[in-house]
Design a protein around this ligand. Structure first.
Ligand SMILES: N[C@@H](CCC(=O)N[C@@H](CS)C(=O)NCC(=O)O)C(=O)O
Length: 234
């Protein structure tokens, strides 16, 4: 089964899709990037991920693998001769999976919540929640990196990918709401890590420019407003 059998169903602004693409880049695996059209779902996506109907889907040798973190683990196992993504030590591996789940299930939804907060008080509370999460992640970074540049040590690993994929959207929030989430005094480790992560060869071509993401954020916000608006009276 050759590398040309590798396809990623996705959309360029999606942080979850980025996880799969960064993992493939780290392993130097060539892949075809099949982009979904915004607002509709292709037949291939519906067939490949009938349960969640979400991107990313990795299609390897005609077989679909769904859910971004599962895809990253699959890539690590299949292309085992490339640089390791998951830590080799079982405890470090468990810890990386714990934080990856926290980021995906708690921290990222709370960051998304900043944009949806109704009123200044709610927005302030959402920002506080995100900032508290970042303080926890700064601590996790200190422990996990053991003085190196990345969570995974001197190379990008599982947790770097799981968290780093959200940096573009973090910057969108900073820009749209005039706030500083990654801060030199409160999260100095993460500030340095974020720069190194985004500049990495496996990341820099898949991490979208903040301004392009801002445009997408505005379109999504307009759609959400339209969906919430009452129907016209006639
Ligand atoms: N838990 C999933 C989340 C994937 C996800 O939310 N993908 C979004 C794009 S960022 C999607 O496909 N949304 C389409 C939809 O919800 O219908 C993963 O980690 O892969």
């Amino acid at each position: 089964m050759g590398e040309s059998d590798v396809k990623v169903l996705g959309m360029w602004p999606s942080p979850f899709v980025m996880r799969a693409r960064i993992a493939l880049n780290l392993k130097s695996v060539d892949y075809e990037f099949l982009q979904e059209t915004f607002g509709s779902k292709s037949e291939l996506l519906l067939q490949s991920n009938p349960v969640h109907k979400k991107v990313p889907v990795l299609i390897h040798g005609g077989k679909p693998v769904c859910e971004s973190l599962i895809i990253v683990e699959y890539i690590d196992e299949v292309w085992a001769s490339g640089p390791s993504i998951l830590p080799s030590d079982p405890y470090d591996r468990a810890t990386a999976r714990f934080w990856a789940a926290y980021i995906s299930e708690k921290w990222y939804p709370s960051m998304k919540g900043i944009g949806f907060a109704q009123g200044e008080e709610a927005k302030k509370a959402a920002i506080e929640q995100v900032t508290e999460g970042l303080a926890l992640l700064e601590e996790a970074f200190e422990k996990s990196s053991k003085g190196n540049v990345f969570f995974g040590g001197d190379e990008i690993g599982y947790l770097d990918i799981a968290f780093g994929c959200f940096l573009g959207w973090l910057r969108v929030n900073e820009k749209l709401h005039g706030i500083k989430l990654l801060d030199q005094t409160k999260t100095p480790g993460l500030v340095k890590w974020a720069d190194k992560f985004c500049a990495h060869a496996a990341v820099k071509d898949v991490m979208p420019e903040t301004d392009k993401l801002v445009e997408i954020a505005k379109i999504l916000a307009a759609k959400a407003r339209a969906a919430a608006a009452p129907p016209p009276s006639n």
